[in-house]
Design a protein. Structure first.
Length: 351
């Protein structure tokens, strides 16, 4: 029996010894894995530190309140601040007032969705605003159990200035493409575009449209008498004088139609309104007292004018209004010029 007891004790001791040995081995492996993991973490942190410190982009970390908790050295180059001047302060403190809401929204998106992008104006240490382009990404922060947002930012002010200059150049080019080179008023292209646009608007609102067409009387004789240089000056003087009547607080559009012909587009206007406008134009040109000794009806430059009014609808086209106004203008010339004629069809055309 004693031998059996000893034998059983030896067996139990062997089992315990075996498991202890396994435990020691596994513990050593765990420690080795832990050490390996720590080394990897340190290597990762070292890489991040090197990237952050030597990157030309500004890398910052923020808590959920958008407060700065880390700022890379590039802050000096990008926005000219020192590290302590930003630490603990909210991002929105430095954002242009017009961009604050949009930037805060992007920060919230990054916190919830994981990433976002934003372009905004940032107040530098010198007090001026620079354009910043940022990529935001949220990361879990295990030590505190909450998400942080890492932002990579760069100064894109020069690019924005170039874009702005390009936009201004495009606007100028567009404006020039709609401007008559000689007189400085709207040209035929602008007339066509505006007439079609106003025509569509009138169809929707069931409103009338009036078109006034005008022609300088005996302008060929004027050019033959005074020369084309003086003739161009005559066109410029008349165009600017009439255009000034409709520059402010008017929905009317005055254009050079071609040669010595001009037009006035009057949306939501009756023939009576067209007649008032035409008479005002006629008086304005007469008041310029431009001498015209080769005219057959007066000793100064005069205008013949035609007025047409229609109610646009889907079965008609803008050219029909032009045709009616041109017909009225022709009637003025037949009547001896220096006069105003109105078409007799200002009726609403049934659809």
């Amino acid at each position: 029996m004693f031998k059996d007891f000893v034998s059983n004790g030896a067996l139990a001791g062997g089992v315990i010894g075996y498991h202890f040995f396994v435990f020691v081995v596994e513990s050593n492996e765990t420690q080795n894995q832990l050490k390996h993991s720590l080394i990897k973490v340190k290597e990762t942190e070292e890489r991040f530190r090197l990237l952050a410190e030597y990157s030309s982009d500004m890398i910052t970390m923020h808590n959920h309140l958008s407060e700065y908790i880390y700022i890379s050295p590039a802050v000096k180059e990008v926005i000219h601040f020192e590290y302590p001047e930003l630490l603990g302060r909210k991002l929105e403190t430095f954002i242009h007032p017009d961009d604050v809401n949009r930037t805060n929204e992007m920060f919230d998106v990054a916190l919830k969705a994981g990433s976002a992008e934003s372009t905004y104006r940032y107040r530098s240490k010198f007090g001026d605003y620079v354009w910043i382009e940022s990529t935001l990404k949220s990361v879990p922060y295990q030590e505190e159990g909450e998400k942080k947002v890492i932002i990579v930012s760069r100064n894109i002010t020069k690019r924005k200035q170039t874009e702005q200059k390009l936009q201004e150049a495009n606007k100028l080019l567009s404006r020039l493409s709609y401007m008559d080179g000689l007189t400085g008023v709207a040209n035929r292209r602008y007339f066509d575009d505006t007439l079609h646009k106003e025509w569509s608007t009138a169809i929707e609102s069931l409103a009338p449209m009036t078109l006034v067409m005008m022609d300088i009387d005996y302008f060929k004789n004027y050019n033959d008498t005074y020369g084309h240089v003086i003739g161009d000056l005559c066109l410029q003087t008349i165009a600017q004088g009439v255009n000034n009547l409709f520059l402010e607080h008017s929905s009317c559009t005055f254009c050079r139609y071609g040669g010595e012909e001009f037009t006035l587009i009057m949306p939501d206007a009756t023939s009576e309104s067209g007649l008032q406008a035409a008479q005002k134009i006629k008086d304005t040109v007469a008041a310029l007292h431009l001498k015209h000794k080769s005219s057959r009806i007066a000793d100064i430059v005069t205008l013949s004018m035609g007025i047409a009014t229609m109610y646009p609808n889907k079965t008609t086209i803008p050219d029909s209004l032009i045709k009616e106004a041109d017909s009225a203008l022709y009637q003025s010339k037949l009547r001896g010029r220096n006069t105003i004629s109105i078409n007799d069809k200002p009726r609403r055309i049934s659809t």
